[in-house]
Design a protein around this ligand. Structure first.
Ligand code: TIU
Length: 218
């Protein structure tokens, strides 16, 4: 079986039961002039993931392996947005440069052009930070037989971490790709990745995408 050099040790996976999960690579978080930047964040810290993700996605698709995209966002009436989330994220639903912020169907809510989902790839719309909460992700994974997840996307310490923790508790093994996940805060990127692999891989494994690509393009 393919094995990738990773922290805290080699990650061995079965091509028949591994899915690539790309978390929230949405215009609202990544585009200059968008929601993320309007909060004072440096979107360059997230945009450095685009190029490695484009390369990984092409290799993953060429190998015929399953891809799942996620998007964080809410219904236009915000009925799926807990008041507690809205109180601390009052820009949600407000008009921004790319449409209503984090609202399904708006331009800014959708995935960046470079990583546009292909026909047949699953797209999970999630109201929370984790991709399992209030979504059909568990059913999709069960149906496909996936037991191992390659986790990518943004942001490392928020939606990536929450999803990895949710997955871990549900019995999935997660490999997080350091060059394909990003945080607005360099220190959170570094510590967030350390937290995954600490204590013998408490939440999973951490590797770089070229090592994985080598294994799927043999
Ligand atoms: N996708 C995701 O991580 N949502 C966030 O709100 N992240 C922040 O870092 N704010």
């Amino acid at each position: 079986m393919p094995t990738v050099a990773a922290d805290p040790g080699p990650f061995t996976f079965d091509l028949d039961s591994t899915a690539l999960v790309i978390i929230d690579m949405q215009r609202d978080f990544l585009l200059p002039g968008g929601f993320g930047e309007s909060l004072g964040n440096d979107v360059a810290q997230l945009r450095r993931t685009i190029e490695p993700l484009v390369t990984l996605l092409a290799a993953w698709r060429a190998a015929g392996l399953p891809v799942i995209h996620t998007r964080e966002g809410h219904l236009p009436d915000l009925s799926d947005c807990p008041p507690a989330k809205l109180r601390r994220g009052s820009m949600i639903g407000q008009e921004g440069r790319f449409g209503k912020i984090l609202i399904r169907g708006e331009y800014g809510h959708d995935i960046i052009d470079e990583l546009r989902p292909a026909a047949g790839e699953d797209i999970i719309d999630k109201p929370g930070k984790g991709a399992f909460y209030a979504t059909e992700l568990s059913e999709i994974l069960e149906k496909s037989g996936a037991r191992q997840l390659i986790v990518t996307g943004v942001t490392t310490e928020v939606c990536v971490h929450t999803t990895v923790r949710e997955a871990n508790d549900r019995g999935y093994e997660c490999l997080v790709l350091a060059d394909c996940v990003g945080s607005y805060f360099p220190e959170f990127q570094s510590v967030g990745l350390q937290m995954i692999a600490a204590q013998g891989g408490i939440f999973g494994w951490v590797a770089e995408s070229p090592a994985l690509i080598k294994e799927i393009t043999r």
